[in-house]
Design a protein around this ligand. Structure first.
Ligand code: FAD
Length: 492
């Protein structure tokens, strides 16, 4: 039998369920990635994610080649197409005369629609599309409440997740053992294109600390494992190297989430807390973040309406600001010109690197919804365009959490004070100064709210507010009252 593995957000060869199943079932196996024009065509021509994927494919191609060579097969490698999967996959399946196509589940609504089309077209030619879980540890309805419903609160979900998580669920799907079935790539099938070939330009990706491909994930993971025990204490401080920075790799599957969860679980068991009331170890806290990721994926699966609507329907009664002034406020937020240094530095981090620290995502999302009074969907869309790690389930979950409309969200009356957040999580303004060097000469205490500085301090720091740095676009105390009034409709 012949089979094709269609890679999408599983760009690796290690611990790969679809590849494992294909290699076990078929005598000849090829792997393909399609640069999907439905996704790519609307994007700006410079997009770090497209470059990250392209570079990662180079790594996957090399891994496939090496795996095949170790079994004496020359000339294997990744086939890379640029087009519409609904055409490209059935056509390739016909050219290679495969009986089956294997792929990993993708539960985003657009991906589901695409896969349904591909499945239908393949079926017309008698080819099966087999899809398997890969992206999360538990998906869909694998973790349910005692009464068989979907969880909508995180902590009980997490407890049920941990209870269900026997070693089997974290064990790897081996590939190397069966790699002798990898078949040489036909000469006329294209390999990894250049960015220019698919109509894109280079970005600053290579200047960032985001090495791509499975090898890049390995590098970041090795570095993180040296720090994981301190994750709990460091993860909230954007100026500190606390988190793993693995989100983009998790998004594109250049690392296996099962492996990460296994590593965290092993580390957690190796270093239990010294006393019952001692703070949780870093690996334990980090494992919870991976479980949040599964949590939001199952929310999207059970409630796909969250893509457009509030999880809690009454929150769609809120009347967000709109019109010219709202548009100006939105532009100030996007461009990092709100006059609140921590918010602005965070938005500049996003623009310049495609990454934003988790604490800052919460701060800027709260600021957009509860200080500017703007619909969370506007912020969600901006993040979707700019985040390297953009993931529909996690992004929607994060935005609805901040807007209080979501599953297990922040209560609506809890409104982050952007100045307090800044004092608490960037006390010396080290993060702020990295992105707003014009504020560098302000003393630590004044950097969080420059408009409160005395003229003499501003003069000493060489800052003219309104010229070198904006005055605040809103007054937090006033905005807070407006927000409480705006959200009052959810009580009725
Ligand atoms: P680490 O702290 O090292 O965490 C490890 C991994 O756990 C992350 O890589 C991520 O896969 C997962 N994770 C961590 N926190 C969360 C969370 N709250 N929800 C779901 N998964 C989590 N994460 C995305 O991957 N894509 C998004 O588009 C995204 N949008 C967000 C939007 C908002 C408004 C908020 C508040 C959070 C969002 N997050 C998103 C979650 C979180 O901010 C990022 O996953 C994290 O900052 C990525 O950095 P890291 O890999 O260093 O994380």
């Amino acid at each position: 039998a012949r089979a094709l593995v269609w890679m999408r957000r599983d760009l690796r060869t290690d611990d790969h369920a679809a590849l494992h199943h294909a290699l076990k079932a078929a005598r000849q196996v090829w792997c393909v990635f399609v640069f999907d024009r439905d996704i790519l065509d609307p994007l700006p021509r410079a997009d770090r994610r497209v470059e990250f994927i392209r570079d990662s494919l180079v790594g996957v191609d090399a891994e496939l080649r090496a795996l095949a060579v170790s079994h004496g097969v020359e000339g294997a490698g990744l086939i890379v197409l640029h087009g519409w999967p609904k055409q490209a996959i059935p056509e390739l399946a016909a050219r290679l005369q495969v009986q089956a196509v294997y792929a990993s589940h993708d539960d985003e609504p657009a991906a589901q629609a695409r896969d349904a089309q591909v499945r239908g077209r393949l079926a017309e030619a008698g080819v099966m599309l087999h899809t398997v879980k890969d992206h999360v540890v538990f998906e869909r309805s694998e973790v349910l409440t005692m009464s068989g419903g979907a969880f909508s609160v995180f902590t009980p979900y997490k407890n049920a997740w941990l209870k269900r998580c026997e070693p089997y669920f974290l064990s790897a799907w081996p590939v190397a053992k069966h790699a002798g079935a990898l078949a040489p790539k036909p000469e006329n099938e294209p390999g990894v294109p250049t960015l220019e070939d698919i109509g894109f330009q280079r970005t600053n990706l290579h200047q960032l600390r985001l090495p791509s491909g499975p090898a890049g994930a390995e590098e970041l993971l090795t570095d993180f494992l040296e720090r994981i025990d301190r994750y709990g204490e460091t993860r909230d401080f954007p100026a500190v190297k606390g988190p793993s920075y693995l989100s983009t790799h998790l998004r594109f599957g250049t690392v296996s989430v099962r492996r990460l969860a296994r590593l965290a679980m092993d580390r957690k068991q190796a270093s239990p807390p010294a006393a019952p009331d001692a703070p949780r170890g870093g690996a334990d806290v980090w494992l919870s973040e991976l479980i949040w990721r599964d949590f939001y994926h199952q929310v999207l699966h059970h409630h796909p309406r969250v893509v457009q609507q509030a999880f809690k329907p009454e929150y769609d009664r809120i009347r967000w600001e709109h019109g010219k002034h709202a548009d100006d406020l939105f532009a100030a937020w996007c461009e990092g010109r709100t006059g609140y240094p921590l918010v602005d530095a965070a938005m500049l981090q996003l623009a310049q690197t495609g990454y934003m620290h988790n604490r800052l995502r919460m701060v800027v999302a709260s600021f957009l919804t509860k200080d500017l009074g703007l619909d969370w969907r506007r912020g969600e869309a901006w993040f979707a365009l700019h985040l390297n790690d953009f993931d529909l389930a996690a992004n929607n979950g994060g935005w609805q959490w901040a807007a209080s409309s979501g599953c297990d969200a922040q209560p609506y009356f809890r409104i982050f004070n952007p100045v307090n957040q800044s004092e608490k999580f960037d006390p010396q303004g080290r993060f702020i100064k990295r992105y707003l060097p014009q504020l560098a000469a302000l003393p630590d205490k004044l950097i969080h709210a420059p408009w409160l500085a005395r003229p003499v301090d501003l003069l000493a720091a060489n800052i003219e507010l309104g010229k070198h740095y904006p005055l605040p676009v809103v007054d937090h105390a006033v905005a807070r009252e407006k927000t409480l009034a705006r959200y009052a409709v959810v009580k009725g």
